[in-house]
Design a protein around this ligand. Structure first.
Ligand code: AMP
Ligand code: ZN
Length: 114
């Protein structure tokens, strides 16, 4: 999608610090990290948010979660813990309308979220 910032990161038009990629997704460092570890897992397919997922995306979501867990393990934060967050629409704080999953770790996260 032409006007989408994450599509541009995926096609290389906009630079980003990639930490992982495969056929289905790209993982990058968030530009404005809110935790010591803040990685965005972005499916290559332009899906708007959770409301836009179809049955054909079921496997993709599983692969995103497994990639996030692998990155958490790689960084040694799996025992302390980590959070995977997907924001859909304004009340949740979604600002980029290409689905992505935040992997957050390295500090304590409160519950309920703010
Ligand atoms: P959300 O608010 O859930 O839509 O998350 C969007 C995230 O994308 C925010 O955490 C931003 O800091 C991050 N972000 C926006 N533009 C970029 C970029 N060019 N490179 C890396 N992260 C970005
Ligand atoms: Zn996109």
């Amino acid at each position: 999608m032409d006007s989408c910032i994450f599509c541009k990161i995926i096609d290389g038009t906009i630079p980003a610090k990639k930490v992982y990629e495969d056929d289905d997704l790209v993982a990058i460092e968030d530009l404005n990290p809110v935790a010591p570890h803040h990685v965005l897992l972005i499916p290559r397919k332009h899906i708007v948010n959770a409301l836009d997922l179809t049955p054909e995306d079921d496997g993709l979501v599983g692969r995103v979660f497994r990639a996030a867990a692998a990155i958490a393990r790689e960084r040694g934060v799996e025992e302390r813990g980590f959070r995977i967050v997907q924001n859909s629409n304004p009340d949740a704080g979604q600002s980029v309308f290409h689905i992505h999953f935040h992997l957050l770790a390295g500090r304590h996260f409160g519950w309920p979220p703010g």
